[in-house]
Design a protein around this ligand. Structure first.
Ligand code: HEC
Length: 206
């Protein structure tokens, strides 16, 4: 007798649990159906830097023009502002002292690695006899490391050609005898492929 009641009670309990489970399942299926289409297509977070557009040296979409193109219209005042990046290591005033880097007054047209009293790296000293002309400065300030491996100027380089040209024009102005800036090359005058070959010939291999 008691057993019958017990099992009757248990049936109710299980029945109730089952109904509850089904209800939960039903709601969850229903809500899946309602919300499934609203899942975001992209994850709700973005990892900074991952989709970063390639900065330098990547796709030739905007190939850099030759140095003279930028130098012809270089802005000396802008170059003075850019030089703030260099001022921690370099003095540009007449008679300025060497610091972490050699004094730069009159550096445009000066012999490479030639400033008295500065202890240059072997790498840069290896270029003695050549001058800091536009192309050499252009390559050096774009990427000191690529220009001359083993040099000891801890500076990544100036990515923007306009800024690079500006600081070179500024250096040129810091001289007893500034040189005339190069004229802009005639557009499309020479086939583009010829420029790098000439440059390579003018610049000694590291
Ligand atoms: C962290 C210090 C540091 C910074 C910043 C720096 N330089 Fe230098 N620079 C050096 C050192 C050191 C050398 C000598 C390199 C060697 O001997 O290999 C040097 C060498 C040079 C030379 C060659 C000079 C010579 O007498 O042959 C030029 C030109 C030059 N730097 C320009 C710049 C310009 C322009 C900037 C800023 C855009 C700059 N540097 C930023 C430390 C620095």
């Amino acid at each position: 007798m008691e057993r019958d009641v017990d099992s009757f009670e248990w049936n109710k309990i299980f029945g109730g649990l089952l109904a509850g489970l089904l209800a939960v399942l039903g709601v969850s299926i229903a809500s899946d159906m309602m919300f499934a289409r609203h899942l975001p297509e992209k994850p709700g977070y973005e990892v900074a830097g991952v989709e970063e557009a390639p900065a330098e040296g990547a796709p030739a979409a905007e190939a850099e023009k030759p140095a003279a193109y930028y130098l012809a219209s270089a802005d000396v005042a802008k170059g003075e502002a850019v030089f703030k990046k260099c001022a921690a290591c370099h003095n540009v005033d007449p008679g300025g002292a060497n610091g972490t880097g050699p004094a730069l007054y009159g550096v445009v047209g000066r012999e490479i690695a030639s400033h008295a009293g500065f202890s240059y790296s072997d790498a840069l000293s290896g270029m003695k006899g050549q001058k800091w002309d536009w192309d050499h400065l252009w390559g050096w300030l774009k990427s000191p490391k690529n220009f001359m491996a083993g040099n000891k100027m801890s500076f990544a380089g100036i990515t923007k050609p306009e800024e690079r040209a500006a600081v070179i024009a500024y250096l040129n102005s810091k001289s007893a005898s500034p040189l005339p800036l190069p004229a802009a090359p005639a557009e499309e005058a020479a086939p583009a492929e010829e420029a790098p070959a000439e440059e390579a010939a003018a610049t000694p291999a590291p």
